[in-house]
Design a protein around this ligand. Structure first.
Ligand SMILES: [Cu+2]
Length: 397
């Protein structure tokens, strides 16, 4: 008797805990605030297509679940063994095989799934379609950040190369051509579209658009090594006018360093950093005084062994035009940020974050420099860090 009562109590408590946890899990579903990776808060047409499929399918699946569970509970209660039952006498009729029932429970789910497949397949086809005026952006995943290449004149060579944050205009389809330079990654901006793997040697295309301006967060979703968990990305959606301004700024060279500290930083950069990082116009072999040219190496972006890409590091030409850096992990500016064309006009740079990265990149995110993955710690002095930071801060408008 005692056992039976404690069993009932334990079952009751478990059920209560399950219900409370279950409620907490679903309570705020669909609210994007504080949940930037919420798949159930669509902000783009393609994401809405998925939402419009998920919701009815979930309702149908929920009804089936409730029907089956009620059936199980009712059957278990109705035909349970009672204390006064005599074994072998008070037993329910024993059935074996029922062709009608079997055909029924095979056919009903098949028909239901076939019905849903019509909408699913339709949705899959529609996900791949893009409007005629769609923009093409190449996305290259690498350990552990994303590079974006914009070929504005369609000559096969990128005119803008940036990292972490892809700017797009609102209300216009964008075809992301997803590639990888090392291992398999996965490009995923949940509020705008489904995810798609970045596989070395292949190009996968994902179409998306954003209905409203904003910064949409993403996260690599294919385990890709040490820093996979912090391999983020952002899509910054700007109004079409702002997007045009962004393109213009991104194709206009930043002003050359003016102060002594900035110049010292640039010298240090050429000596220590340009081995891996490209700043358009500065190449590792440049011996002449620094002049900025907006030309891009003809091989750049076409092959992976261009000298400018020797160790596969983000292009820093317009670093300060981004609102996030180091794989989208840290903000480059202070305070809560909206999507803006030129963040430097609106926000204060987050100098501490830049210095923190230069002081010890490995403190910010795990990387494996022996394997040429990530950025080494150069044990820079505080003076060098100040100089480099002053220079990096000039890389914008
Ligand atoms: Cu990854």
């Amino acid at each position: 008797m005692r056992n039976k009562r404690s069993a009932t109590i334990i079952t009751g408590i478990s059920l209560a805990i399950t219900l409370v946890l279950g409620y907490l899990m679903v309570a705020d579903i669909g609210k994007p605030d504080g949940r930037p990776l919420n798949t159930l808060a669509p902000a783009g047409s393609k994401a809405w297509e998925i939402q419009d499929l998920i919701v009815p399918v979930f309702i149908i699946a929920g009804l089936v679940f409730i029907f089956v569970e009620i059936g199980i509970i009712w059957l278990a209660a109705r035909f349970r063994r009672r204390p006064e039952d005599v074994d072998g006498v008070d037993e329910p009729a024993q059935l074996h095989g029922s062709t009608k029932l079997e055909i029924g429970w095979t056919l009903a789910p098949s028909l239901l799934l076939a019905f849903l497949a019509v909408f699913s397949v339709n949705g899959i086809i529609s996900q791949g379609k893009a409007d005629k005026d769609a923009i093409d952006i190449t996305v290259v995943g690498q350990q552990w950040w994303w590079e974006y290449r914009y070929d504005l004149d369609d000559d096969g060579k990128p005119d803008i190369i940036t990292a972490n944050e892809a700017a797009i205009p609102t209300g216009r389809d964008v075809r992301f051509h997803i590639q990888s330079r090392d291992v398999v990654h996965s490009f995923w901006i949940p509020r705008l579209a489904g995810k798609l793997d970045a596989v070395p040697g292949r190009t996968h295309v994902r179409v998306m658009d954003a209905l409203e301006p904003g910064i949409y967060e993403g996260q690599c979703t294919e385990y890709c090594g040490l820093s996979h968990g912090v391999m983020r990305m952002q899509v910054k959606a700007l109004t079409p006018e702002d997007y045009e301004k962004w393109l213009e700024l991104m194709t206009t060279p930043p002003e050359a360093p003016k102060t002594d500290i900035e110049k010292a930083g640039q010298e240090l950069f050429v000596a220590q950093c340009s081995f891996c990082h490209q700043v358009n116009g500065i190449t590792p072999t440049d011996t002449a005084p620094f002049t900025y040219s907006n030309e891009i190496d003809p091989d750049y972006g076409v092959t992976n062994d261009s000298p400018l890409l020797s160790r596969n590091a983000p292009n820093l030409t317009h670093l300060m035009m981004r609102q996030h850096f180091v794989g989208g992990l840290l903000p480059l500016y202070q305070g809560k940020q909206e999507a803006v064309v030129n963040p430097r006009e609106v926000y204060e740079p987050n100098v501490n974050n830049i210095k923190r990265w230069l002081r010890d990149p490995h403190e910010v995110k795990p990387m494996n420099e022996q394997n040429l993955q990530g950025m080494p710690n150069y044990n820079l002095s505080e003076t060098q860090i100040d100089q480099l930071t002053a220079y990096l801060l000039t890389l914008g408008h």
